[in-house]
Design a protein around this ligand. Structure first.
Ligand code: NAP
Length: 346
């Protein structure tokens, strides 16, 4: 099969190569363990990873981790070569014993390197859900990671609640759009901080007020809109922008750190003086039974919100498989809005 693979470190436009590789099989997975960076040789402390399905892919989604992995800026090392892609929708052709009931079903799943979703056949792990008939392949391809991470960040860890004032950074991105919608769905007033007018209009269409951080007075503009400050900052960006936003918190406010699109810098050691809470968010790293409980709880809640029209996967662009490098350049240069879905050649 032809897959988008990465061997080197660098920009995706330079490092993504379309290569012929054998499709993954159950025999390839037998005796492998799972680590934060992906599938690894069997480790005595983990045992074989038994939580997988092999899927004929229909569509995949692109996301910032595809960029940061290629650049070598992803928080955990990822072995090379690997097939890029973190999630997608497809039909199950083989499965570990616990997932046999999914055979033949159209599912969404997270994919972990080296068997990412930018290939006609991929390996889904951990978060695996059947797709309802009403959900298109486009929507399904870009649903899972933004929605579940957004829920974990805004609702479970961030505790956003009715009447609170919430600032969302990177609000027009894949995860950002989920954070905006989930906060509004829970009764919060949302201000979106974004980099251009197109992104501002997109956030306004979801019901947020929007401010451009390219405006030298953005902090004042945001403070004015909030009526004095925020209860919560939802921050998939961090870096200098995240650090500058923190002073907009009200006392007892929560700064929810759920990504690093703008890079990672040390936290101000004086932050303890201001009665803020820093909240860490990573949708991983819990024991398997807790993860499953969290996935199921979020999936049910998200299903309810979608049925009520309060949440929608925001897939704003659909591209062909051969156009992945150009789309990766758009993602790298912050030109994308919401998620980009990729049609797979099956
Ligand atoms: N914690 C978790 O479990 C988890 C799960 C999934 C994703 N994430 C993380 O969440 C972050 C966002 O991912 P995403 O897929 O939603 O990304 P995305 O769609 O590319 O959105 C990221 C947004 O961040 C802003 N940004 C600021 N500085 C940037 C820079 N140097 N490069 C690119 N964007 C920059 C951009 O908004 P403006 O141009 O409007 O400023 C962009 O729209 C990533 O760091 C990802 O690893 C975390």
């Amino acid at each position: 099969m032809k897959a988008w693979r990465v061997h080197e470190f660098g920009e995706p436009q330079d490092t993504f190569v379309l290569e012929d590789v054998p499709p993954p099989t159950a025999a390839d997975l037998a005796g492998l363990s799972m680590d934060l960076g992906g599938w690894v040789p069997l480790r005595a402390d983990r045992g074989p990873h038994q939580d997988w399905v092999i899927m004929d892919m229909r569509m995949a989604a692109l996301a910032l981790p595809d960029v940061t992995m290629a650049q070598g800026r992803y928080p955990v090392p990822v072995g090379r070569p690997y097939i890029s892609g973190q999630e997608g929708v497809g039909v199950v052709t083989d499965a570990a014993p616990a997932w046999q009931h999914m055979l033949g079903k159209r599912i969404v799943a997270v994919t972990i390197q080296p068997w990412g979703s930018l290939a006609p056949v991929a390996v889904g792990v951990g978060m695996i859900f059947e797709v309802p008939d009403a959900m298109s392949d486009e929507q399904a391809a870009g649903f899972l990671i933004p929605a579940h991470t957004g829920y974990h960040a805004a609702i479970r860890r961030g505790q956003v609640s009715a009447g609170e004032r919430v600032l969302v950074l990177g609000a027009a991105g894949g995860l950002g759009a989920a954070l905006v919608q989930l906060s509004i769905a829970h009764g919060a007033q949302v201000v979106a901080l974004v980099g251009d007018e197109r992104k501002a209009a997109f956030c306004e269409s979801m019901g947020a007020a929007a401010v451009l951080h390219t405006n030298p007075d953005w902090q004042q503009a945001v403070r004015d809109l909030s009526g004095g400050g925020f209860n919560v900052i939802l921050d998939p960006v961090q870096g200098q922008l995240g650090a500058s936003a923190r002073s907009l918190l009200l006392p007892n406010g929560r700064h929810v750190l759920c990504g690093h699109a703008g890079g990672l810098i040390p936290h101000d050691p004086d932050f303890y003086l201001y009665n803020y809470t820093l909240v860490g968010v990573d949708l991983g790293g819990y024991p398997p039974d807790v993860m499953r409980e969290y996935h199921n709880e979020a999936h049910e809640a998200l299903g309810r919100l979608m049925a009520e029209g309060k949440y929608q996967p925001k897939v704003e662009q659909v591209i062909d498989f051969e156009d992945v490098p150009q789309a990766m350049a758009d993602l790298t240069n912050r030109r994308s809005i919401g998620r980009i879905a990729v049609r797979l050649p099956n």
